[in-house]
Design a protein around this ligand. Structure first.
Ligand SMILES: Cc1cc2nc3c(=O)[nH]c(=O)nc-3n(C[C@H](O)[C@H](O)[C@H](O)COP(=O)(O)OP(=O)(O)OC[C@H]3O[C@@H](n4cnc5c(N)ncnc54)[C@H](O)[C@@H]3O)c2cc1C
Length: 436
C-alpha cells in the first residue's frame, strides 16, 4: 500500500512530497491538471515559455531556497538576484527611486530611505518612522487593518500612495484599508530586519516550471516516488477513525495511510466537508475570501527593453512591469495588476489596450505592441485581511492521517510561494513524525 498520497501538485504539494521523499518515505502525487505547478505554472504563448502570472521572489524565501538546494537546483541558474531597488514611475507627479546600499540590515533600508530621490524630507521621515516601528520588537496585540496602523504612525496620504499601498498590494494582494497589519509586519520584518540579502529580489531567469515543478518531479521520481497528472481526487476515504485513501474522478480508489490535501482551499473545503471531524475546518475555509491577479503580456519587437528588469508604476492601472528579457523572452513585457479594481470590469481587449497606452505614455519611443495576452487568475491568492490568521487551519486535522498543505494554511505569511512551501515542508515533517 502507498503510504502517503499527496493530492495536488502545486508548490505546497511538491514541497511536501519532496521532503517526504528526502526522508525515504514513498509518496504518490495526484494532480488534477495535465501539468504540475498549480497557480505558479508555465504556459506556452506565441511559441514561448511564459507563466500563468509573473512571479517575483525575495531572498527571505528561505524555505524555497532550501528546497531548491535539496532538489539540486543552482540558484544562479534559475534566478537573477538583485539588491532591492524600487524605481517607481508616474505619468503625473513624477516617481521616486529607492536603492538599498551594501550595509547590514536594517541599516540598508534606513539608509536607502534617507537617500531616496523623488521623496520629500517629510515623506522620508514618515517612512523611516514606520519602517523602524515595523522592524522593531513591539507589536500591537490586535491584528489591525494596515490603514489604521499607518494612521497610528502618522503616515500621510502621499507616502501611503507612493510606498505602502504598492508594497501592500504586491506582498498581500490586498488593499491597505483591510490588509492584515500582522501579516504585513511579518513580511517586512523577515525581509528587512535580519540579513541584507533577505531583501534581494529574485527574478526568475527561466519559466516557473524549470524553477521548481520540473526539478521536484525529477527528484521525487528518481528517489522512488510517483507523480500522476490528470488524476482528480474527488473524495477522501475514511476507515475506522482514520483516513483510508482517496477516490479518483474515474471511480478508482487508492489506499493510503496518510493523505496530504494540497489542493486550493476551495477544493479542500469540498473534500473535507462531508466528514464530521473535518467539518469545522471546512466551515472555517468557507469564510476565506480571495483576490485576483491579472498579468498582461505585451509583445514588442525584441529590441524594446526597460532600463532595469522591473519597475513600478504609480497612478496607473498597471502596477509593475517586468522585462521578460531576464527570462529569455526579449521584447515581452509582463504587466502585473494585483487585487480587485475597476480593471476587472474591462474585457481583455480593453484592458490590454488601456495598459498599452499607459506604457506608451511612459515610454514614448516604444512602438505599438505586436500582440497582447491577458491572463486573469480570479482566485490568485487569499484576500489577506486583518484577523485572517484566526480562520486559517494548521497542517494537522482531527482525522488521523489527514493533513493539509497550501498557501492558505496558518503560515503567518500571505498567500505566496514561500508560504506554500513552508506549509508543505511543515506538513511533511508532521507526517514523518507520525510514521516514525
Ligand atoms: C498570477 C499570480 C501571481 C502571483 N505572484 C506571486 C509572486 O510574485 N510571488 C509569490 O511568492 N507568490 C505569488 N503568487 C502566489 C503563489 O503562486 C501561490 O501562493 C502558490 O502557487 C500556491 O501554491 P499551493 O500549492 O498552495 O496551491 P496551488 O498552486 O493552487 O496548488 C494546488 C494544486 O492542486 C491541484 N488540484 C486541485 N484540485 C485537485 C483535486 N481534486 N485533485 C488533485 N489535485 C487537485 C491544482 O491543479 C493545483 O495544481 C501568485 C499567484 C498568482 C495566481
Amino acid at each position: 500500500m502507498t503510504r502517503v498520497v499527496v493530492a495536488g501538485g502545486g508548490w505546497a504539494g511538491l514541497a511536501a512530497a519532496a521532503e517526504l521523499t528526502r526522508r525515504g518515505i514513498p509518496v504518490l502525487v495526484l494532480e488534477a491538471a495535465p501539468q504540475l505547478g498549480g497557480r505558479a505554472r508555465s504556459v506556452e504563448i506565441w511559441g514561448q515559455h511564459l507563466d500563468n502570472g509573473q512571479h517575483l521572489m525575495i531572498g527571505a524565501y528561505r524555505g524555497m531556497l532550501g528546497l531548491l538546494r535539496t532538489l539540486g537546483v543552482d540558484e544562479g541558474a534559475v534566478f537573477q538576484r538583485l539588491p532591492l531597488e524600487l524605481r517607481m514611475e508616474s505619468p503625473h507627479q513624477g516617481g521616486y527611486h529607492l536603492a538599498t546600499p551594501r550595509l547590514p540590515a536594517p541599516l540598508h533600508l534606513l539608509w536607502g530611505l534617507i537617500r531616496a530621490s523623488g521623496m520629500s524630507l517629510s515623506e522620508r521621515w514618515q517612512a523611516l518612522r514606520l519602517a523602524s516601528g515595523l522592524t522593531g520588537r513591539s507589536a500591537p496585540a490586535h491584528d489591525l487593518p494596515l490603514a489604521e496602523l499607518l494612521n497610528h504612525y502618522g503616515q500621510n496620504p502621499q507616502i501611503i500612495r507612493k510606498l505602502w499601498e504598492p508594497l501592500c498590494l504586491a506582498m498581500l494582494n490586498t488593499p491597505v484599508e483591510s490588509a492584515s497589519s500582522r501579516v504585513f509586519r511579518t513580511v517586512i520584518k523577515d525581509t528587512f530586519a535580519r540579513q541584507r540579502s533577505d531583501s534581494d529580489l529574485l527574478i526568475p531567469r527561466t519559466d516557473l516550471d524549470a524553477v521548481l515543478p520540473g526539478p521536484a518531479r525529477g527528484y521525487i521520481e528518481r528517489h522512488g516516488g510517483e507523480i500522476r497528472v490528470g488524476q482528480r481526487v474527488t473524495a477522501l476515504q475514511v476507515g475506522s477513525e482514520r483516513i483510508a485513501g482517496v477516490v479518483l474522478a474515474n471511480g478508482d480508489t487508492i489506499a493510503a495511510q496518510h493523505v496530504v490535501v494540497a489542493t486550493p482551499d476551495t477544493i479542500g473545503r469540498r473534500l473535507l466537508e462531508s466528514h464530521g471531524p473535518l467539518k469545522p475546518i471546512a466551515d472555517a475555509l468557507a469564510r476565506l475570501r480571495h483576490a485576483p491577479i491579472c498579468t498582461v503580456y505585451l509583445r514588442y519587437p525584441p529590441h524594446v527593453r526597460l532600463a532595469r528588469p522591473m519597475c513600478g508604476l504609480l497612478d496607473t492601472t498597471a502596477q509593475w512591469v517586468f522585462d521578460r528579457r531576464v527570462t529569455g523572452n526579449p521584447g515581452i513585457m509582463a504587466v502585473v495588476i494585483s487585487s480587485h479594481g475597476p480593471h476587472m470590469q474591462l474585457d481583455n481587449a480593453e484592458l490590454a489596450g488601456h495598459v498599452a497606452r499607459e506604457l506608451a505614455t511612459l515610454n514614448p519611443d516604444w512602438p505599438e505592441p505586436e500582440a497582447v495576452r491577458v491572463i486573469r487568475e480570479k482566485r490568485a491568492t487569499l484576500l489577506c485581511q486583518a484577523g485572517i490568521d484566526s480562520r486559517r487551519p494548521g497542517n494537522a486535522t482531527p482525522l488521523r492521517g489527514c493533513w493539509l498543505a497550501g498557501d492558505y494554511t496558518a503560515t503567518g505569511y500571505p498567500s505566496v510561494l514561500e508560504g506554500a512551501i513552508r506549509s508543505g515542508l511543515a506538513c511533511a515533517r508532521l507526517v514523518a513524525a507520525e510514521l516514525s
